[in-house]
Design a protein around this ligand. Structure first.
Ligand code: PRX
Length: 681
């Protein structure tokens, strides 16, 4: 009998032990799923736990090509919190992502299927061999610009294939890439480029968003000024005469791009004459592959360092097992490459597995709300990975939209970036996954390099609001303030225990104290502090994440610190003082609310707009406060510290306790009234 694409079998409901998790809403994999899955025997957890170092060592040998084998792993845990993986091993990340496949049958397999935002522009399909050629050429371009092993290269590109080409080209020559999200402002780019001491920047003239062309180069120019960047390579995305598949040409409106003689070069000019082979640099396992800046609790973003051998081992195996990636699959991770999810699951992980990925340049609702589902139908996506915030957005738009499309090719769904609420989980499971796709809720961080807590598709269980168990070979724990394990309901702080995952950060760029203090300053050198709250739900080790416990927000899945926002606002000459807190939001998960004291002027819509613009310029539109509340006073302790905890309680509309110990208790009631009368966003 011919098998149809559609799999109609529903996942089996779980028999659950706890009352708050209704049986009918929790699921185990079907026999069919188990049969197909790379891992379906739960003994894997036990086996890996016996000797995690040996377990990861075996994985690293199995799928990674090493120029020189690594030595026994056991000895590199003496200097905690500094640790090493696969020591003395020599390899190249780009070789593993491309050459390995190009030498075998995957040579002409599609690596990237790129869907442009405009429906009139053709799809770009890059096979492994295409990608290999382009990466080699660009590696030679970088060399010709003087980039050497260990140099930092900034990448400030929209979601076009050149972003992966640039990253892999850096990896090929041993340069360290530092990608900055293209929606971040020029100022944000500059701050990161200065810290990274980047030599070269790769950017584009612009990109499309909801049909409009945005001038990225103008932002890049702001970002480059005053840095060590000597050369800027500019991809012509806007104004490009696109070569089409059937000889049809699409001429775009064009955008005037100011190119600075001697500093700025067009990507296509440099690529034209570049050699098509570049010998990969032999890298040590512990050589840095990339730095990615992320928000911490201070106003200054931190450069998270990821090393080569450990990171790619974890990227490869978490892609393969968490998403049950097979050669015939088509994987779509909607994350932009400017974030860690895009590094690991829109670039390295799938390519290391030899998988085919879809990437989409544009906004999810452009030209209409059906766009994402249309893409799934158009290419036959089998594994789909997105953020809860996107799911909630689609939920609000209604299930009529996904219903218009055939989504039967899907077999696995994933989510990442913030806790997913039950309604969104069920909607995603039902209306996108047709109640037959396991929903893998992956918990991880920029710092962990790859997903570390989630159910595996062939093992399960899949329970709304519960991420699952730690990946085999990973030990997590939930502790109270004193460091005692919390086993009961109340929850506590999520930590990871040594030996840490191979893909974990090795440091904060140029700031070793910050590394030691932030991650190991709470429970000591053997215990990585995640800054997340969590609860164990059963003896199996299934974990529910409850959100950040520090001053880091997740706004539509984007990581932001309240301190960064406060810095941006106080830089405005009209602002005397301000405090920013996060508050729950039905779609975005969390949004920032800013309380602002002005210098001798009344709050008005004009100044509000100016402050919003200030945030746009300093950080980017993702950080715009949902509300700005002007006030004359902020609740403070007697020593003059703003009590942000109280502000959080106020914005959530929760009951305020005793405020008599404050320096200015009356400020609380004034703010409560102001909040009640403020409606803006
Ligand atoms: O609070 C956790 C939340 O996102 C934080 C890490 O953010 P970032 O470094 O930007 O990386 C996001 C993508 C890996 C975590 O500290 N987070 C991430 N995934 C989940 C999550 N919270 C709950 N459930 C998740 N699945």
């Amino acid at each position: 009998m011919v098998e149809t694409m559609a799999r109609t079998r529903l996942l089996k409901p779980i028999k659950w032990v706890r009352e708050d998790l209704k049986k009918k809403d929790s699921f185990w994999p079907t026999e069919e799923l188990k049969k197909k899955a790379w891992v379906s025997n739960e003994l894997i957890y036990k086996e890996a736990a016996k000797d995690p170092v040996a377990f990861w060592g075996k994985l690293a040998r199995e799928e990674i090509d090493w120029y020189e084998e690594f030595s026994s792993e056991k000895t590199y845990w003496e200097d905690l919190p500094h640790f090493k993986w696969f020591v003395d091993g020599k390899l190249n990340a780009c070789y593993n992502a491309l050459d390995r496949h190009v030498k075998a049958w995957r040579r002409n397999k599609a690596a990237i299927i790129w869907e442009p935002e405009s429906v009139n522009e053709p799809t770009r399909v890059l096979t492994y061999y295409d990608l290999f050629l382009k990466v080699n050429k660009f590696a030679n371009v970088l060399k010709s610009l003087g980039v050497k092993k260990g140099d930092r290269v900034g990448i400030y590109l929209p979601l076009i294939p050149e972003v992966q080409i640039a990253m892999l080209a850096c990896a090929r020559i041993g340069a360290i890439h530092s990608v900055v999200f293209s929606a971040f402002s020029g100022r944000s780019l500059k701050e990161r480029m200065i810290d990274a001491e980047a030599k070269v920047l790769v950017t584009a003239d612009g990109y499309y968003r909801r049909g409009r062309s945005l001038n990225l180069k103008a932002n890049a120019d702001i970002g480059v000024e005053g840095t060590d960047i000597k050369s800027v390579v500019v991809v012509k995305r806007i104004g490009l005469e696109v070569d089409t598949v059937d000889g049809r040409k699409i001429v775009r409106l064009g955008l005037d791009t100011d190119m600075i003689e001697g500093r700025d070069f067009w990507w296509h000019d440099l690529m034209k004459d570049a050699d098509s082979y570049c010998e990969p640099e032999i890298m040590d396992s512990e050589d840095t592959l990339f730095i990615l800046y992320t928000s911490g609790t201070t106003g200054k973003p931190k450069g998270i360092i990821h090393e080569t051998g450990g990171y790619i081992t974890q990227a490869l195996w978490t892609t393969k097992w968490n998403f049950d990636m097979h050669d015939e699959d088509l994987f779509w991770c909607t994350a932009d490459v400017g974030w860690i999810t895009g590094h690991t699951y829109s670039c390295y992980g799938p390519l290391l597995c030899g998988a085919t990925m879809v990437h989409f340049e544009g906004a999810p609702n452009y030209p209409d709300i059906g766009r994402w589902w249309n893409i799934i139908q158009k290419y036959g996506v089998t594994i789909f990975y997105t953020a809860p915030t996107a799911i909630r957005m689609f939920m609000q738009w209604g299930e009529e939209w996904p219903k218009k499309y055939d989504l039967s090719s899907l077999r696995i769904l994933g989510t990442v970036g913030e806790p997913i609420n039950k309604e969104a989980w069920m909607w995603y499971f039902k209306h996108i996954g047709g109640e037959r796709c396991p929903l893998i809720d992956t918990w991880w961080q920029t710092e962990t390099g790859g997903a570390l807590i989630n159910s595996l598709p062939g093992i399960g269980p899949f329970i709304p609001t519960v991420a699952g168990r730690s990946f085999p070979g990973i030990t997590s724990a939930i502790l109270d303030e004193e460091g005692n394990p919390v086993t009961k309901d109340e929850g506590g702080y999520l930590v990871l225990k040594s030996p840490f995952a191979p893909g974990m950060l090795r440091g904060v760029f140029k700031n070793p104290e910050r590394y030691e203090k932030t991650y190991f300053g709470v429970y000591g050198n053997k215990t990585y502090y995640t800054s997340d709250g969590a609860r164990f739900l059963d003896e199996m080790g299934n974990i529910r994440l409850t959100g950040r416990v520090d001053d880091v927000m997740k706004v539509a899945g984007h990581r932001l610190s309240t301190a960064e926002l406060e810095n941006a606002l106080t830089e405005h000459p009209s602002v005397v003082e301000c405090a920013v807190v996060a508050t729950p939001h039905p779609i975005k998960g969390e949004v920032p609310i800013a309380f602002v004291i002005l210098k001798g002027e009344e709050g008005s819509d004009t100044i509000r707009k100016k402050l919003m613009d200030q945030v746009n310029q300093m950080i980017g539109p993702t950080a715009r406060p949902d509300k700005i509340i002007f006030t004359e006073d902020l609740p403070k302790t007697r020593s003059g510290k703003i009590v942000r905890r109280l502000l959080k309680t106020l914005v959530k509309g929760e009951k305020i306790g005793d405020v008599t110990t404050l320096m200015n208790p009356e400020s609380v009631e004034i703010l409560r009234k102001k909040l009640a009368s403020t409606k803006q966003s």
